[in-house]
Design a binder for this molecule. Sequence first.
Ligand SMILES: Cc1ncc(COP(=O)(O)O)c(C=O)c1O
Length: 483
Amino acid sequence: MKKTRKVLLLLLIAAMICSFASACGSKKEPDEPDKKDTEVAYTIDNIRDYVVGVDEPVELMDGTTKPLINFDNAATTPALKPVMDAVDKELEMYGSIGRGFSQKSNHSTDLYMETRETVMNFLGADTDTYTCFYVNSTTDGLNKLASALIESEDDLVLCTRIEHHANDLSWRERCHVIYAEVDEQGRVIYDDIERLLTENEGKVKYVCITAASNVTGYVTDVHRVAKMAHAHGAMIVVDGAQIVAHRQFKMMGETPEENIDFFVFSAHKMYSPYGGGAVVGPWEILNEHMPEFYGGGIVKIVRDANVKYKSAPDVYEAGSPNYPGIVGMAKAMEILQEVGFDAISAHEQVLNRKLIDGLKKMDGIVLYGDSENIDDRVGVVTFNFDDINSFVLASKLSDLGGVATRRGLFCAHPYVWRLMGISDEQASTYENCIDMNTPGMIRVSFGIYNTEEEVDQFLEILNNIVTDFRKSDEFLVMEDPSF
Ligand SMILES: Cc1ncc(COP(=O)(O)O)c(C=O)c1O
């Protein structure tokens, strides 16, 4: 009897301890979701709260401080806090990828491999057809891809005049390239692509085109281009650097002929600034080639006299991989999908419209690209004033106004020359001297966290600077007024 009472007492104490622990949150019910992962739903309205450094003050020329208005997101994007947290967390279980014998090494290797699926899902790529290999950036990816695909200097590639140098020079330096032109507003002329493919029937191996321009923000209809390329026996390579954080991109078109063959992008343009990126392409084609990039991790066996290489994707990833870059990229993809590309694109349209309408009201403004129909533009707006040096203006925007823009030719010189009406011959005068008087534009490029208030502040700051400028001795006219 005494013993039974003792047992009952012990059971009672145990129950009390359990219920206390559970009330304090130290015990999780088996099916209770982890709060940390679920309590935040990332949306276009709250994402600014999760951008690293968004409120960090910067010092202006007069010694005052204020948070930077960051309108330079086409160059690179700041980190998102959940991306940073995901990288920090994974570093606790970090071990060598594909090489070690440890729990940490196994964990890191598994995550590294699984992230290929994340990339495939993000881009709607069918894993029976496609795989992906990791790269450090779009430039890295395009160069690796070109070094693998191009077999001879006589290979023929079709690029367009809208391209960033990464998707022009990677091919131009390896083989023969022909270029489709842009129209007066800077849009790619699809008929010119068709003309070049027809005139070079069966000879063009790859059509290389950007999905969105870093100069005008134009989104190109790459699925339409894929159909043209395939009809003429070519494959399509898409530079995805400026699309991945702005619009939903799918490898598959409405019909198989519209499917994209290769897609290349960087993670630092999608809120994961740890390097990283990927090239997506068909298993079959990737396995017919290999890049000119050699080292460990890509071989089955090396003997004195012979080397046996692995197949894709491993053979494209020589050396130790950038694990934080891959972890950050996967998390960034998850967050962007949660925020939703419809919301992102609608938000960018609002910012673009507000900015363009505000700029249009300013004396002497020169806007590049179509400023009426802006539906096919991601959040990129480029402009000049016809009487003000853009280099000086961009410096003043930063020094006096705490606004980050970019000024110059944006690694797309041929495109910028065209938009500015500068002939190739005129451009040749700058060959030996690129300085502050070289023609260039100012670029505003939006991220998902920029606000309408920031656009209003920017327009006010710009207006004040331009007005003061015109009154002062600092007023600088470009050397050639036609620029
Ligand atoms: C359209 C486009 N392609 C390629 C690149 C190169 O990207 P990365 O610097 O990440 O190599 C950029 C960078 O601005 C770009 O805007």
